[in-house]
Design a binder for this molecule. Sequence first.
Ligand SMILES: [Zn+2]
Length: 209
Amino acid sequence: MSITTPGDLPSKPSVYHGSCHCGTIRYSIKLTFPIVKSNDRLAKLVRVYKCNCTTCHKMAMFHCRVANPATDFILTSPSAIEEMGEYRTAEKVIGWYFCKNCGVRVFGVGGGWVQREIDGGEWGEAADEGVRKTVWATEEGPLIKRVFDGKEIEMPLHYVSVNAVTLEGVDLREWHEKGWMFYVDRRFDSKPGFRWEGPYENIVIALQD
Ligand SMILES: [Zn+2]
């Protein structure tokens, strides 16, 4: 399936705030709506999807991938990365972060953490216009090999996916009704593509096999 675009052109990115339940972890992202639907895995687009690999399935990860990890995601709390819980599995290139206090899984990051000074106004706080703040952002990590459409590509690791259920102010019903969500079947499809038509079967996963 080739790229399908909604009638309207994408608008300017808007800032959305997210957090765990107790507020220890707070972050902000920039998303552009309407979402441009594309099957191109390398396109720099916002993507919202569910994946049934054992990691995503057990973590109840509802992926919301930002278009540009370097510019579209900041962590405003806690002040030290080590204060968050972190789980790595499979190739261990992505850290899946959770709150050590309330247990909520907030996002996955692949790449490096870097401190950056930002203008609060640029991140959705009108009262903070012109106020400089130091926050965490992410940067490219080491080169990794990935296979896209049968071709192996070497590219810098840079991945940010927030758990959409920790976002405030997004309309999940709109995402569903406009067909912006897709599903990835990594359990039973040998070449998992983006499945726009609906969820895969709910299956029981036996991790011990
Ligand atoms: Zn918490």
